[in-house]
Design a protein around this ligand. Structure first.
Ligand code: 5GP
Length: 190
């Protein structure tokens, strides 16, 4: 099997729907980490509205760990590319759902949770939602009171997301083939 796993929009939507079905409460705000968390957060908003009847606002934060040109980790560590100012947040805020597409080393999530906690103080509950959680030793950690939801646990391989595709038909074709292989592997007892 290819060491790059392709996921289609439909597959991601279905994974998110499954995860939302198990949610017991609706957050006051969705906070996607730009750019990977943007599309999952927008889909989540639709699914949360359907389940809880509430349109949850989205407030974007921007963080960068990798240099897109060199594809290496930034020497300076996580860099803020966008961050709301104090008056941008709803003063009545009680709960935040931080959203990202993938938890790889957990460095970005740790930075985001620590920073939001500094901004809000302990009275705002911060939870984390990711589409994919890579099963590997993590470099970052999250506080014990942070609820963590991953729509799917996956092995430690590179995930190709549809929003990164140049040719979406080719991406969809590979994603469909890999999904068939995944399903066959799950179904097989050996
Ligand atoms: P971290 O190592 O801090 O958990 O992940 C940092 C960021 O690296 C993620 O938010 C994501 O943008 C990117 N990243 C890590 N692994 C993958 C992957 O397998 N596929 C893609 N497309 N991005 C990844």
């Amino acid at each position: 099997m290819s060491k790059k796993h392709h996921y289609s929009y439909n597959h991601i939507h279905t994974l998110l729907a499954g995860a939302v079905a198990s949610l017991k409460s609706v957050p006051d705000v969705l906070v996607p980490i730009s750019g990977g968390g943007l599309i999952p957060a927008r889909i989540l908003r639709t699914l949360l509205k359907a389940k809880f009847g509430k349109t949850v606002p989205i407030k974007v934060i921007g963080l960068q760990l990798y240099d897109d040109d060199t594809e290496t980790i930034l020497e300076s560590g996580v860099k803020r590319t966008q961050w709301p100012r104090e008056h941008d947040w709803d003063p009545e805020l009680k709960s935040v759902l931080l959203v990202d597409e993938v938890d790889d080393t957990r460095t970005t999530l740790q930075y985001a949770v620590e920073s939001l906690r500094k901004d809000f103080g302990p009275e705002v509950k911060i939870n984390v939602f990711v589409v994919h959680d890579k099963q590997k030793e993590k470099r970052g950690t999250l506080p014990a009171d942070v609820e963590y939801i991953a729509a799917l646990k996956v092995e430690d391989v590179w995930i190709a997301y549809p929003w990164d595709a140049i040719d979406i038909d080719e991406h969809q074709k590979i994603a469909d083939e890999q999904r068939v292989i995944d399903a066959a592997l799950v179904a097989s007892p050996w």
